[in-house]
Design a protein around this ligand. Sequence first.
Ligand code: MN
Length: 414
Amino acid sequence: MSSWIEIPANSDFTLDNIPFGIGSTNGKPRAATRIGDKVIDLDALQAAGLFASINLPDGIFSNKVLNDFIELGKPITNAVRTRLQELFAADNGEFRDNEALRVDAIRNAKEVQMHMPVRVGDYTDFYSSREHATNVGTMFRDPNNALLPNWLHIPVGYHGRASSIVISGTPLHRPKGQTKADDADAPTFGPSRLLDFELEMAFVVGKSNALGTSVSVEDAEEHIFGMVIFNDWSARDIQKWEYVPLGPFLAKNFGSSISPWIVTMEALAPFRSASPKQEPKVLPYLEMKKDHNFDISLEAIIETESGALKTVSNSNFRHMYWSMAQQLAHHTVNGCNMNVGDMCASGTISGPTPDSYGSMLELTWRGTKPIAMPDGSERKFIQDGDSVIMKAFCEKDGKRVGFGEVKTKILPAV
Ligand code: MN
């Protein structure tokens, strides 16, 4: 498929993608899509009558978030995506030959300020990479019993904090909190010294379920609108002192960063892949009758204040032991209701090799193996002034669909 809008080689934003986001150029946030290096204002396209064949409420794309659009359901949102592919196709003149509309609706991505694509009502973080859970269990508990007894039976997760999920480009301050050294008698208070990223993906709920009802594994993908890259910032020293017995709290809720474009499940469909073999057999409500995993290449990069770049991890979403479908089925099996815009993050996605681990905790093995940076410095954890960049894309049979990036700079504690 080729387009009359230029798509640079290796662009994440091909005609096969057509993601959804919220962007603004003049302070007015609008629903948008992206193709190549151009951002397209969907409100302008609707006003010009190009979605007349689809049953869309007037002004749906002038909302500040995509929740109401997503709530229309996949028959509508998929029709919009398919219509955009049609309008961007090289041989279609409806948009191409309308100069006034081109001037009005097309912007260079660099000039567009991106915003949170959805209002996130609730956020859940899973812990679904076996390699990550094994590495953490090995470091903090017992190498011979690294996985806790429930891990192979339950997609383990905790309820996170939705209010501090921020869009790529939003800087975060180093968090402060209580920490306690192993040999100290009492905790102390101050800036975290072990600030870490977690390389994750998150899915955005696209269809709600009523309180008291459940979503099956088979139906789960009908309830997922799409995915974003998710950096689940973590303060390891605060986490270590606070997490027993109720799990993560202030070590996790000071910020999580997402990429701005929601890539739909339909765009990801060609990249479906098998999950790792699940042994022991899972309980019937978690059984998968088809593949629910996806082959998504992931990269984490540290950029120093002076601009030195170092790729510290290359992982892949297909390493996930528990699929998104299983996570959603488990989350709702007790009757928990999910709402449109809710986000569920995967948990740190570590692969089997040391260069594929998804956090500094694992990459430097608790700081015992520092990473050499190109400017001569080294990193055990993330320093003030560092930015962390995460990228994700799928590629197969000449097709490429990607997420762009999420980039976050860490500022000193205040
Ligand atoms: Mn996490």
